[in-house]
Design a protein around this ligand. Sequence first.
Ligand code: PHE
Length: 328
Amino acid sequence: MNYFTPMLERSLQELESTAIARLAAARSPEELEALRVEVLGRKGALDQFFKQMGKLAPEERARAGKLLNAAKQALEAALESRKRDFAETGLRARLDREWVDLTRELEELFFSLGFTVLDGPEVETEYHNFDALNIPADHPARDMQDTFWLDGGNLLRTHTSPVQVRGMERLGPPLRMIAPGRVFRNESVDASHEHTFYQLEGMMVDRDVSVAHLLYFMKTLLGEVFHRDVTVRLRPGYFPFVEPGFELDIQCLICGGPGCPVCKQGGWVELLPCGLVNPNVLRMSGIDPEEWNGFAFGLGLTRLAMMRYGIDDIRHLQGGDLRFLEQF
Ligand code: PHE
C-alpha cells in the first residue's frame, strides 16, 4: 500500500512550476509542442503521477486526484495561452511582411520624384470642386459627377481635383503635388459603384510641360503599381479642366494584348484620365498660362486596388466583413 506522501505532493508542485516556467520561456511553437509531449503527453511526466494513483490507499486517492487534475488544468491553460501568443506574433509578423498600403507606396514613389503630398477637406466649396476646375454651374459636366449637396451650398467633394486648386492657390508654380483621398458620389451602389471611394490626383506645373512628361510619369507610376513594365496608350477623353484630355489605357496584364474576359477581348484596359491643365484653370488659380503649363491625372485608387488584388465587388471594401478583410 502506497501513500500520497508529502514528498510526492511536493514533487508534483515542482513539476507544475518548472513546467510553467519552461512554457513561458519557450521561443517557438515547436518548443511548445515538445514540452507538451514531455509533460502532458501520454507517458509524459504528469501521466507518471496518474499511474501512481492506482496504488494509493482509497482514502488518499480522492485528494491526490484533485491535486493532479488541478495541476493538469493549470498546465493546459498555460500551454494554450502560450500557443495564442505565438499565433498572434505569427500573425503580426505576417501582417508586417505582407501589409501593402497602395497609398503609401505611391506617396513614396512620388515623393522620390519631387512631388509633395497634399491634403484637402472632404467638405468642399462649390468653387473648389467645380467652378475653379472650369465646370461652372450650367456646365453639362456637372452631371458627370452626382453630388451630395450640403446645407449652405457646400458639398462632399466628388473628386480629389479641388486639392489641385488649393495647391496652386497656396504654393504657386513650379508645382509637383499629389493628393490622395476619399471622395463621394451620390450614386446607387452596385458591384462596381460606391458612394465612397478613393482617388489619387496628381499635378505638375512647370515651364514647357508636355504630353511626353505626362506619359513618362504615368509609365513610372504604373510600373511601380504593377511591378512590371506596362504598355500604355492615350485616347482622347473629355474633362473640362484639361485640354487636351485623355483616357490612358494599359495593355491587359492578364492576356498581354490578344484579348481575354478581363479586357473584354479588347486587349486594353481603361485605367486613368489625364491631360494638360486647361489654361483657364491655371488662370483662375492665379497662374499665368503664358508662362506656365502642366499636366494632371486622376487615379482611382479603389479600382486599382481591386485590379491588383482581383477583388470583383467594390462593396466588399467597406463592408466590414472580417472573412474578407482578414485576407489582407
Ligand atoms: N477628377 C476627375 C474625376 O474624378 C479625374 C481627372 C483628374 C481627370 C485629372 C483628368 C485629370 O473624374
